[in-house]
Ligand binder design. Structure first.
Ligand SMILES: NC(=O)c1ccc[n+]([C@@H]2O[C@H](COP(=O)([O-])OP(=O)(O)OC[C@H]3O[C@@H](n4cnc5c(N)ncnc54)[C@H](O)[C@@H]3O)[C@@H](O)[C@H]2O)c1
Length: 248
């Protein structure tokens, strides 16, 4: 099928579906000016190794650099605006729910742009960068509107601890409640769509396989081929902000 046919097929599949699950990755926010980790032109960690910054070990070794890096990203996410891809998914949720169906949006993103676009059923698999907490007690600490005044940021709740972003670092477990929601939604889905994710970050990438095994129709939207491209019903190449409004 050519791109036009794939879009038409996806539009019909979405219109027929009663239980819709969408998984998004960094690609959907790229057009909002938030760089992705891998692939694409402005890979966020081109000059930094993600493993050296996004791990509990890095935070223990060099909390100042890790905090400054995340605070820079937090401010970048605050400045960004939702793009037509985020807006289209919020509209899809309204339509599916208004016809009595169920809709689940799973995101690997930490930027909160789905919520700002109007999506209400968002499950954050990797936490969110706007929420920070004491690394020792896990109690919330609200970051200021502007930059955090001190890197690292001493915790007000523990004399020896620093404050950290509530994101999931490499080597940390995903939140169990989010995993449970994702698992149940994937099993119940009759349509599963993956948007702007390189599909190499597990276990999130497994959900589309799970949905396919239980009979869901599957759609992938990405700029490039990924490990799941050959296994989905419709693999569409293009910009999320261009294609999603056309499908939805
Ligand atoms: N916006 C954010 O919150 C943000 C940004 C960067 C990284 N992350 C983190 O990245 C990790 C997961 O990796 P990932 O797979 O989501 O991202 P990734 O960086 O590994 O891959 C992004 C994918 O999006 C595709 N892509 C880029 N621009 C696109 C566009 N305009 N339309 C469609 N597809 C596009 C790329 O081809 C690539 O496959 C998570 O830990 C997540 O928390 C989040």
């Amino acid at each position: 099928m050519n791109q036009q046919d794939l879009i038409a097929w996806s539009r019909r599949a979405l219109a027929d579906a009663r239980s819709v699950v969408v998984l998004t990755g960094a690609g959907i926010s790229a057009e909002s000016g938030i760089p992705t980790f891998r692939g694409g032109m402005q890979a966020l960690w081109k000059s930094f190794d993600p493993q050296t910054l996004a791990t509990p070990e890095a935070f223990a070794r060099d909390p100042a650099t890790v905090t400054e890096w995340y605070d820079w990203r937090r401010l970048k996410c605050r400045e960004a605006l939702p793009n037509p891809g985020h807006v289209a998914l919020a509209e899809l949720e309204r339509r599916v729910v208004s016809r009595g169906g169920s809709f689940t949006l799973l995101t690997q993103n930490v930027d909160r742009l789905h919520q700002r676009a109007g999506s209400s059923s968002v499950t954050e698999l990797h936490g969110n960068i706007m929420h920070w907490r004491c690394a020792a007690t896990h109690r919330s600490v609200d970051p200021p509107d502007g930059p955090i005044p001190e890197y690292p940021w001493p915790s007000p709740h523990h004399p020896k601890a620093f404050v950290r972003p509530s994101v999931v670092w490499f080597g940390e477990a995903l939140p169990s409640d989010a995993l449970e929601i994702a698992h149940r939604a994937a099993l119940a889905a009759d349509l599963f769509m993956s948007v702007g994710t390189s599909a190499v970050v597990f276990p999130a990438a497994q959900f589309i396989e799970l949905a396919a095994q239980t009979g869901a129709r599957t759609i992938e939207l990405n700029l490039e081929p990924t490990p799941i491209s050959s296994r989905v019903d419709a693999s569409i190449r293009g910009l999320a902000g261009d294609i999603l409004p056309r499908i939805i």
